[in-house]
Design a protein around this ligand. Structure first.
Ligand code: HEC
Length: 394
């Protein structure tokens, strides 16, 4: 089992092996010099981040793309050829995933603080949607990619069986071609391979609330890359504060809940912020106080009979507090709003006007410790929001 976790991503392994060559001596110059894996489904996101970082630093990005996908053999890929090709191509290698709970970067390599949080999702066709593995009918085959963390989930969920595919693209294709009712892949792969991406009307994408399902994305570097890593982190943090980072990462990943800790001259190998997000990170203001006020009344009229006058839970689950929006649950505003606007009230799903759902969402966010601001929440904005929803109240 340990072995499985360790070899989660072929790309991760490849990076680990090739890193010595990639991060060879290259002084941090004016340009932002990075390597991006062209086989990474989140490469578009990494590219956007690098370009924004370069703009932020008033300079250019030098992006070197390499193919970490392998040539079909079990080894994945010819490390030697690659080393020769890529030696001293870049200061930072983007897109390396680190398990958010138990993460470690390969020995002898350093990592920046996470610039994104992504993870494994459950993909189901609309009409058969299930938000969790437990909700799938007995005997359901669930497509999963060879040697990825979701292979571990079948033990705990005897209602489902693994149908294993070599690549995320094939795993997704099995759902698209109706071979399987559900698939578990990286969020980035769902976005990349579903027809229509995250806007695919015919599919539902839900974050998996299972062990090893949440991952932090870091950039790797060698001893010579420390200065480049420090300025990369500084720029990413500036983008996070200005609210631009979330937009750059969407829909592949969300922005880290915590401030990105600046690298000291010599950063420890383990990313500092790899732990679960703690309460108190800065939260964006997504709604107005007037919306939350209106939502309070609409909630009392439409939701309180099942979820309790104080959102404490009755026939329906609690909608406030640690047990609802815990860091572990890995909820995003868009996930919850989708549930609220499509499935609630449970007796008459999707029966309320759009603006009433939005007001209720504003009230839920406020009750879970999110601040009100001057910009109103909209229906589409709420639906597509990848802002993490983590309770930070008392
Ligand atoms: C008739 C009872 C009922 C009413 C009315 C109702 N709900 Fe629910 N709600 C439930 C039940 C039962 C569940 C759990 C269902 C499930 O998990 O599939 C639930 C689940 C939820 C969830 C998901 C919680 C989680 O932890 O996954 C949210 C969010 C939610 N409801 C919000 C609302 C809102 C907002 C309203 C008012 C617009 C509302 N509900 C009205 C019964 C109700």
């Amino acid at each position: 089992m340990r072995q499985n976790i360790a070899s989660l991503s072929r790309r991760a392994l490849v990076c680990a092996v090739a890193i010595g060559a990639l991060v060879a001596a290259r002084p941090a110059g004016a340009t932002v010099s990075v390597c991006i894996d062209s086989s990474n489904p989140a490469r578009t996101m990494d590219r956007r981040v690098v370009q924004a970082v370069a703009r932020q630093q008033g300079t250019d990005a030098a992006i070197y793309t390499f193919d970490g996908s392998g040539k079909g053999d079990d080894d994945g890929f010819d490390v030697k050829t690659f080393s020769t090709l890529a030696a001293s191509r870049c200061a930072l290698v983007l897109g390396f995933p680190v398990d958010a709970q138990h993460g470690a970067v390969p020995e002898g390599v350093r990592a920046t603080a996470p610039y994104a949080r992504m993870g494994f999702v459950l993909v189901t066709p609309r009409g058969h949607e299930a938000e969790t593995l437990a909700a799938l009918p007995n005997g359901t085959d669930v497509a999963v990619t060879y040697l990825t963390a979701p292979n571990l989930y079948f033990v705990k969920h005897p209602n489902v069986q693994a149908d294993i595919y070599p690549t995320d693209a094939q795993t997704i294709a099995s759902v698209v071609h109706h071979t399987n009712r559900a698939a578990m892949v990286w969020r980035a792969s769902a976005v990349a391979y579903l027809p229509g991406g995250d806007k695919a009307r015919d599919y539902c994408i839900h974050a998996l609330n299972e062990p090893h399902a949440a991952w932090d994305v870091v950039a790797l570097y060698g001893p010579q890359g420390a200065a480049a890593a420090a300025s990369f982190q500084k720029s990413v943090e500036a983008l996070r504060r200005s609210g631009q980072l979330a937009a750059l990462l969407s829909p592949y990943a969300t922005s880290p809940a915590n401030p990105i800790v600046l690298a000291a001259a010599d950063v420890p190998a383990a990313p500092a912020a790899a732990a679960a997000p703690a309460a108190g990170g800065e939260k964006p203001a997504l709604f107005t106080a007037a919306q939350a006020d209106a939502g309070k009344k609409a909630y009392a009229d439409n939701c309180a009979q099942c979820h309790g006058d104080n959102l404490e839970g009755m026939a329906g689950p609690a909608l406030k507090g640690k047990h609802f929006a815990s860091p572990k649950a890995n909820f995003h505003v868009g996930d919850i709003f989708t549930i609220v606007s499509q499935n609630m009230p449970a007796t008459q799903p999707a029966s309320l006007p759009h603006d009433v759902y939005v007001d209720i969402m504003a009230f839920l966010l406020q009750q879970n410790g999110m601040p009100a601001g001057s910009t109103a929440l909209t229906f589409d904005g709420a639906k597509s929001s990848t802002v993490p929803l983590v309770y930070t109240g008392e």
